[in-house]
Design a protein around this ligand. Structure first.
Ligand code: FAD
Length: 465
């Protein structure tokens, strides 16, 4: 049971949790039955943003957040710290549901949300190192150039202009960062860098200042209309919001709702200024490449490179488990990426390695839902792109609970729910095929500089394009 967890256990979950200032002690658990207006399950970004906006909009609402571990225990306290615009999911899925215009509006809402996260961090005094310097996608091979070119063409055809995504000429590119072997790059201004654990823990504090009650080390065992059976008591509430993302698959009847896919990261030791000068990496800029198993990286507030990628194997019997959080092969691949793309940092010591589970819906597209009759709502399925999406989900759930007809409640993911994944071992086979095939495509493309056509075989289990 989680009540035995030590501070060390929590800090070991990520670089960011390890670096939290002060003690990481759990808030009081639920100590008996209680009644609230709104009960939120899970204190990640989605749950906390929901509570935050509910309470900010209607201060007399009684709101409780029930968290099995501590606020930010999940990916919200472990992620790459990219507060990045762009829809979480497939454009096609949303456009088929709501039309291209609504999907472009959704894309713009994600850009605005990057600023909203920064504005709340500033207003609430959350020192999370928020810095908005945009994001660069770099191609180091012919196939990657082709994919980035196609990304820009696709964006243009959807109405995204050059102020929001553009190709960089080599001088501009080198002015932002020197990536070894870069042949081509695109830039979007819609991204900021944060320390996610400081952001999520700061948001929990901000919620409390507004009067939200947060119980940590309080697992919710059963969710039903108006009632949550927890360790320590039963909470009754007119509105129940389930914001447990990938962990939703641990709840009864929800096993196949998402594919819990792990994303893993490493961090270097803090690098001296002379290395940063050689890297030419503008502070706050986030960087990714366009491999199939792409990397995503940020320069941290304490001058490390924190870099992540996918490719961790899926465990059939226990797809969400501490044992999935570290993997020697993925770690070696990420280390090789640092050496190859950022040779000035090749000798840096790797001090941290961690990871967490993403919730991947069958169509890779998120959903936000609230039923006025039952008072039950949820938001999840961000497929690894949830920092901004969770902010939008939180505002949307608040509007839905409060019965407000805002623009947010008409965004294309509202009311969307993908079908379940196929039963095991098919889901296992799908995730294993994704990881193995994408890795093999990257090896082929690195070797030949030709596009790996075999990737098309994955189309039935990848995001619809
Ligand atoms: C390594 C990694 C890197 C990533 N990088 C990025 C990035 O740079 N940018 C980006 O946009 N996204 C990124 N993501 C994804 C992003 O972190 C998530 O999409 C987002 O944090 C999800 O937030 P959430 O609040 O919905 O879920 P979570 O953060 O998973 O929170 C859910 C909470 O529910 C709690 N819970 C679960 N079950 C119960 C229960 N029964 N009772 C009570 N509580 C329960 C959990 O303990 C957890 O705290 C990354 C993810 C990982 C793992």
């Amino acid at each position: 049971m989680s009540v035995e967890r030590s501070e060390r256990f929590y800090r070991e979950r990520s670089l960011w949790l390890a670096g939290l200032p002060g003690a990481v002690t759990a808030r009081a658990s639920l100590g008996g039955d209680a009644a609230y207006d709104v009960a939120v399950v899970g204190a990640g970004f989605t749950g906390l943003w929901s509570a935050y906006y509910l309470k900010r909009s209607q201060p007399d609402l009684r709101v409780v957040v029930l968290e099995r571990e501590i606020a930010g225990f999940g990916p919200s306290g472990r992620n790459g710290g990219w507060v990045s615009g762009g829809i979480a999911g497939s454009w096609r899925v949303y456009a088929e549901r709501a039309g291209a215009g609504a999907t472009l509006r959704a894309e713009r809402a994600t850009w605005d949300a990057v600023d909203e996260v920064g504005a709340v961090a500033a207003a609430e005094g959350i020192e999370c190192g928020y810095r908005k310097a945009g994001t660069i996608a770099v191609a180091t091979s012919g196939p990657q150039v082709a994919r980035l070119t196609a990304d820009v063409e696709m964006a243009r055809s959807r109405g995204v202009g050059s102020a929001d995504l553009r190709v960089l000429d080599p001088t501009e590119r080198e002015g932002l960062v020197h990536v070894h072997g870069a042949r081509y790059a695109t830039y979007s201004p819609h991204c900021a860098r944060i320390d996610p654990a400081r952001m999520v823990r700061g948001l929990a504090d901000a919620c409390e200042r507004l009067g939200v009650v947060i119980h940590e080390q309080t697992p919710v065992h059963q969710v039903s209309r108006g009632r949550l059976r927890c360790a320590g008591g039963t909470v009754s509430a007119a509105h129940v919001l389930v914001t447990t993302e990938s962990y939703t698959v641990q709840q009864p009847g929800q096993r196949l709702r998402f594919l819990p896919l792990y994303s893993l990261m490493i961090a270097t030791e803090p690098l001296p200024e002379r290395i940063w000068e050689q890297l030419g990496w503008r502070d706050g800029l986030t960087i990714r490449d366009r491999r199939h198993l792409f990397f995503y990286a940020q320069r941290t507030t304490d001058d490390r490179i924190a870099i992540g990628g996918r490719g961790a194997p899926y465990r059939l019997n226990k797809p969400i488990d501490e044992a999935c959080e570290r993997n020697l092969q993925v770690r070696a691949r990420l280390e090789a990426t640092v050496r190859r793309e950022f040779p000035a940092a090749a000798d840096a010591v790797i001090t941290h390695h961690w990871g967490g589970p993403l919730a991947v819906p069958r169509d890779w597209s998120m959903g936000v839902s609230y039923d006025r009759v039952t008072g039950m709502g949820w938001a999840a399925g961000y497929s690894g792109h949830g920092v901004v999406a969770a902010n939008i989900s939180g505002r949307t759930l608040a509007d839905l609970v409060l019965g407000r007809d805002s623009d947010l409640v008409t965004l294309p993911w509202v009311g969307h729910r993908a079908r379940n994944w196929e039963p095991e071992p098919l889901r296992y086979m799908a995730s294993t095929a994704i990881v193995k095939m994408l890795a093999s495509c990257d090896r082929y493309e690195d070797r030949t500089d030709r596009v790996a056509r075999r990737q098309r075989l994955l189309a039935p289990v990848m995001p619809p394009v």
